[in-house]
Design a protein around this ligand. Sequence first.
Ligand code: AOF
Ligand code: ZN
Length: 351
Amino acid sequence: MPNSNHSQDTKDRYFMMLAIEQAKRGLYTTRPNPAVGCVLVKADEVVGQGFHPKAGQPHAEVFALKDAGNRAVGATAYVTLEPCSHTGRTPPCARALIESGVKRVVIAGLDPNPQVAGRGVKLLEEAGIPVTVGVLTAHAEALNKGFLKAMRSQMPYVRLKIATSLDGRTAMASGESKWITGTAAREDVQKLRAQSGAIITGSETVIVDNPQLNIRSSQLGVAPEEVPPPKIVILDRRGRLKHDLQSDYQLCRRSDTLYWREENLIELLKSLVRDYQCYDVLVEAGASVAGSFLQQQLVDELIVYQAPCLLGMQARPMVAINPLSLAQQLRFDVHCHEQLGADLKLTLYPL
Ligand code: AOF
Ligand code: ZN
C-alpha cells in the first residue's frame, strides 16, 4: 500500500493494478463485453471495488460505487477502461460517476467502441472532474485484446494453438494424439477456450479426433457453466460433414456449430465480428488449416505447447507450409515462455 511519501504517479499505478485485478475476475464471463475493473480510493485507502461480471449486468463502476456507498464522495475512481457514455443494456457510467461525487477519475485507456470513443472522458471533464488517461494502458489492454482489435479494425484477435512434440509433430501417422502434452498444458488450453468467442477447427480434425472443444475446467476461478460457450466453426470446404453423418461427431451435434464452406478466411473472420460478436478467435486444427491461417497472415498470436518427446519422421507435422527458400521462412518474436508441468508453453507474435 503506498504511503504519503510516494508520488501521485506511483499511487496511480498501484491502484490501477488493483483495478486490473478486479477486471480479471470477469475475464471468462463478460463476452462479448470487455473485462473491466474499478477501484475507488479516498485518502490512499480503497473504499469500493467492483468488476463487470457479464454482458447485460451493471458495469464495473456501478458495482464499485455501490460498494463504497457515500464514501464515494471526494474519492478517486480508477477504471481499466474509459467509463461509458452511452445507454446500452445499462445507463452510462460516466453519469453515475458524476452523480456519485467522485473528485477525480483515472483510466487506463480510451474505449474504442464507436458509441463511447472519448465521449466518456468529455462528459466527466464537462462536469468539472479532472481525468487522467494512460495509466498501465498496456497491462489493462492485454485483458481485452479481442474487444479492442474488433472495435478498432472490425477483425477479431486470432490465436493459433498447437500442441507438438520436440520435433514439431502433432500426432502419429494414424492420427493417434491422445496425449502428447500433459494435464497442466491441457488445463491451460481450457483458459484459451474460455476467453474465446469462437473456436475454429477443420473437418479433418473433427473426423480424425472427434474433439469436444468444450470448457470443463475447475481451474478458471468460475464454474464452467458460467462461461458463455464459444461458437464452434468447422471449416468444411469439401462438404465432408454431410448432414446424415453429423450425429457421429460431438461437435456436429452442437446447436451453435457454423459450417464454413468458402475458401475466404478473411470473410469468415469479418463475419464472426459483424454477425456473431466473436472478438477473440481460437484456431485449434490440423496442419493444413494452421498453415492457411499463418500463410494468409491472419494469426495475431501463436501458442505452442511443446512436449519433451520425439515422435519421428512418419508423425504428422504441425503446419503445412512450403517456403521455397530460407528467405520465405515464417518468423516470430518470443513474447513469453514458461514451463507447464513437463511441457513448455511458448507465446509468439508473427513478425
Ligand atoms: C464501462 N464499464 O465495466 C464496461 C464497459 O451493452 P452494455 O450496456 O453492457 O455496454 C457494453 C459496452 O460498454 C461495451 O461494448 C464497452 O464499450 C463498454 N464496456 N464500459 O464503462 C464497464 N464493461
Ligand atoms: Zn459503463
